[in-house]
Design a protein around this ligand. Sequence first.
Ligand code: NAD
Ligand code: WQD
Length: 330
Amino acid sequence: MSILVTGGAGYIGTHTCVSLLNAGYSVIIADNLANSKIESINKIKEITNKEVSFYQVDVTNSVDVEKIFFSHNIEGVIHFAGLKAVGESVEKPLQYYYNNLVSTIVIAEACIKFGVEKLIFSSSATVYGDNVVPFTEEMELKPTTNPYGTSKAMCEKILIDVVNANPNFSVSLLRYFNPVGAHESGLIGEAPNGIPNNLMPYLTQVAKGKLEKLRVFGNDYSTIDGTGVRDYIHVMDLAEGHLAAFKHIKKGVQIYNLGTGNGVSVLQLIKAFEEANNMIIPYSIVERRAGDIAECYADVSKVEKELGWTAKRDVLEMCRDAWKFELNNI
Ligand code: NAD
Ligand code: WQD
């Protein structure tokens, strides 16, 4: 039996494939390489010393997806494939709604058609919007700020309706907080195209001298030091969270936060990066970034209790591994 990993060539997908392979699962990857490179497949093989099947397909194409389901004995699907740049989603809403919604519909449809009953979906803490922290899974969703977030909330709703209509189906909706860091080998990690939008890849590029200095978006939030607070989670902890979710998946819909439960400010992250990697990061305070909220961190009690999973790696390890990958990634 194999697990089909859509978007398995991407940042979180590659790390999850490594965890799955190391745990003894067979892995099939379907990715159109829209935001990743074929080399990442070889890196997965290099790290694990195991084989994977790779299909370069667009998972919005039901004919191509069904060919994969037809050719393999698939036990379950982890659906990472999607577009994720918040700013771009505001400029290209149709592209984001089409890709994220249609891919989810096509995957769910193929699962039902081929009797594959386990599906894990990549959701995001962005669906909580400006609720009061810490975010619990039961909160009303407020993904109002951008089409990307709305697309995630819509996919959640679609999958809940699919389960209501197909009671044997098992769906796990995983809401990731802020994934950072890289595999300890430094072989795989986050390599965004162009100038990064997210804090950690921006930080590593400043550290390397590719970018001049970090701009801290606002220091007048009502947080510990005025800068934005987030729940950064090591990508390998996140990967292991998928393993736990897959092992414990049961009929119906389960929703879990994948975070550490700790809020870390921008200035605290800069300090941790400096300490972990023994360097100074030049930065300046600038205006708030439009659409940002002050604080975002998880209540992790439900996931700890029900899946027995907890994030193990601390912020220093996230910073060390992110830097190691940046050094390898020319
Ligand atoms: P990523 O862009 O690195 O990986 C996504 C992969 O999906 C890429 O390899 C891309 O080529 C592929 N893809 C996109 N559309 C496709 C399609 N139609 N058919 C086939 N392949 C397609 O992103 P990531 O950071 O690894 O994120 C994985 C998932 O987790 C996404 O759904 C994202 O929205 C979600 N997520 C990410 C974060 C984050 O901060 N990285 C946070 C919360 C949720
Ligand atoms: C973190 C903090 C910024 C860059 C985004 C998506 C979210 C999810 C994860 C997919 C904030 C500050 C940032 C910089 C800065 N992705 N910052 N200078 O915005 O929490 O979440 O990625 O689902 O949906 O919105 O992450 O890394 O961009 O920002 O000061 O150059 O760092 O203001 O407080 P964010 P981020």
